[in-house]
Design a protein around this ligand. Structure first.
Ligand code: FAD
Length: 559
């Protein structure tokens, strides 16, 4: 048996298969977030609270808030020319005022923006395309890793001529209105990448890691769009609890997968800690940025994720290659997203995960040279993506806790009807503990839904609607409970009805009584007006009605 981690609470590998089969997802706040993570939900909440401020500060520095993206790159998997997201919320504001940027972001330093250097232009000289060379101002050669054998994303993206520079802080990830069949197709394609062909021992852990990774990304996006949702009444961006519950909160394994991603990215950062001291950020705030990074990483622990369990048997290298190619495809699928804002954040986060996977799976602990080689070759875009992905997850964890508070407040308030059906007890994380569904089952569910979506294209529209209903059948929307009426309430209803009837009867009698009273007066008025008209005719006044009034008299012609 191989020991899963170096701590005294180590779990043995042989235990994991049974865990996978039974209650892989069973958890509560004090439970571990997964078999290869020796950390509880509560511990991650605590870590997150400690690092949150530094993470926010870091991603808002001039170095970490910019990212390059090719917004016009063709989708490599299918023809997607006829769909656009035209919402303003889908748009990305690109950087055009270059004068305000620090030196290392100027076009001549970025190289590719002015001369279109691409991957093909790179050479293999290790000294030349190190992270530092690329990072520092003054080196106008844009260089990327050739070969791609250790990369989990396409490095080409950042060197494209058409790439634009974007200020991430000016383009927040939030609700855009992007959805429907197009986004459904993207998610289906992403989950389809999880269909590993190998059917050997060890595959299930790798497959589960892959699934949790994309599901965690999906859940994190769902959390952000629920947390910053446009309230059309107030015009403000604010948390929408019901939306969060419907997309994420109602599915404990999705929440758990976000925590899993947090652990995975954190471990990758922990692994490059020894090298961060050597990095220079080429600007006056160098020390400040470095301090923040060190502060963040020093709160992390190696036991947070055990990557050695994922590819640890004889077949691992083949499986790892498969895993790498498949994850690379996920990053490429981002080019098929029609909402620019979603594409931007999708690209940032998939690049961040790809970088984490490279650090976790390719950085051999025992081989100092390989380690140095991988870390030195990290590009600034990978590092920026890595920390921004941590920020996204950190914000998601913070939001989950905030939604828990909102949920409890709502539960306490009078109108508990809607949400009470979601949870019987007050603790959001206790609900997580009730989830006995295994991740493997979730994978099968997704595969089933993928097959449905493939068949869907060839079916008539009536069938499509039925399938669509099926696809969303996992959404447990709150049911309104019929209100139990107390005896007193029932009594009040009868009393109200009786009073109403009496009131109507009174009104009717008053009307009849007044008619009798008014009769002599009305007869007098009628007689007076008839006498007056006759008198006018007698004295020769033709008609005292105005000409225009004549037009409104009606004549019935019976001919
Ligand atoms: C790359 C990308 C980025 C996006 N970014 C944004 C954004 O920034 N802002 C925005 O408003 N919208 C964004 N979207 C759209 C958003 O993700 C949803 O697709 C959209 O809101 C429609 O949601 P839906 O309820 O129809 O189901 P979808 O979220 O499209 O999900 C489809 C199906 O997948 C399954 N599913 C859902 N979540 C999970 C999960 N976590 N794990 C496993 N299975 C799951 C369910 O069966 C569900 O019915 C993005 C989409 C993509 C593909």
């Amino acid at each position: 048996d191989v020991v899963a981690s170096d701590s005294s609470k180590a779990t043995k590998v042989s235990d994991y298969s049974s865990v996978l089969e039974t209650n892989f997802c069973k958890m509560d706040k004090d439970e571990m977030i997964g078999p290869n993570c020796e950390v509880t939900f509560k511990e991650i909440n605590d870590i997150n609270q400690n690092i949150r401020k530094n993470v926010i500060d870091l991603v808002n520095t001039d170095f970490f808030k910019y990212f390059k993206i090719d917004l016009y790159k063709q989708c490599p998997f299918w023809d997607d020319n006829n769909a656009y997201c035209v919402n303003r919320a889908c748009a990305v504001d690109i950087v055009e005022d270059w004068d305000t940027l620090p030196e290392y972001w100027q076009p001549d330093v970025l190289g590719s923006l002015s001369n279109g250097t691409t991957v093909e232009d790179t050479d293999d000289d290790d000294d030349e395309f190190t992270f530092l060379d690329q990072l520092c101002a003054g080196n106008n050669k844009q260089k990327f890793m050739a070969g791609g054998d250790v990369n989990y994303c396409d490095m080409e993206d950042f060197s494209k001529e058409g790439s634009v520079l974007v200020d991430l802080s000016a383009n927040p990830e939030r609700f855009t209105g992007y959805g429907g069949e197009q986004s459904g197709q993207i998610w289906s394609s992403i989950y389809r990448e999880n269909c590993f062909t190998l059917n050997e021992t060890g595959q299930s852990i790798a497959k589960d890691v892959f699934f949790r990774l994309v599901s965690g990304l999906h859940a994190s996006i769902g959390t952000h769009l629920s947390n910053e949702h446009l309230n059309v009444e107030t015009g403000k961006w604010e948390p929408d609890l019901d939306l969060f519950m419907a997309r994420v909160g109602n599915f404990p394994e999705r929440v758990s997968n976000m925590y899993f991603n947090y652990a995975l990215v954190s471990k990758a950062l922990w692994k490059i800690k020894p090298y961060l001291n050597h990095l220079e950020f080429c600007s006056s705030y160098d020390e400040d940025v470095k301090d923040k990074i060190i502060n963040i990483i020093s709160q992390l622990d190696s036991k947070i994720f055990n990557e050695d369990l994922v590819f640890e048997d004889d077949l691992s290298s083949k499986l790892k290659d498969d895993f790498r190619v498949r994850f690379k495809n996920v990053t490429k699928i981002m080019d098929c997203v029609h909402c620019d804002r979603c594409r931007l954040w999708g690209k940032v986060q998939t690049t961040g995960y790809a970088t984490s996977l490279k650090i976790l799976f390719e950085l051999d602990e025992g081989d100092e040279q390989t380690k140095q080689h991988i870390v030195d070759k990290l590009t600034k875009y990978e590092l920026i993506a890595l920390f921004n992905t941590l920020d996204r997850l950190s914000k998601s964890i913070e939001s989950v806790n905030n939604f828990e508070r909102l949920y409890n407040e709502k539960l306490k308030s009078k109108d508990t009807g809607t949400l009470a059906s979601f949870f019987q007890n007050n603790n959001f994380f206790k609900l997580l503990g009730k989830a006995s569904k295994c991740i493997t089952e979730s994978v099968q569910e997704v595969n089933k839904s993928l097959n449905n979506s493939i068949q869907k294209r060839n079916e008539p529209s009536s069938k499509i609607n039925k399938k669509q209903e099926k696809q969303f059948s996992d959404l447990k929307m709150p049911e309104k409970k019929p209100q139990q009426k107390s005896n007193q309430q029932v009594e009040n209803v009868w009393k109200k009805a009786w009073n109403n009837e009496i009131h109507n009867l009174k009104e009717a009698f008053t009307f009849i009584y007044r008619s009798y009273l008014d009769l002599p007066r009305n007869i007098f008025k009628l007689t007076l007006s008839t006498v007056a008209r006759l008198w006018n005719r007698f004295i020769g006044v033709k008609d005292y009605l105005r000409e225009s009034d004549k037009d409104i008299s009606y004549e019935i012609n019976l001919q």
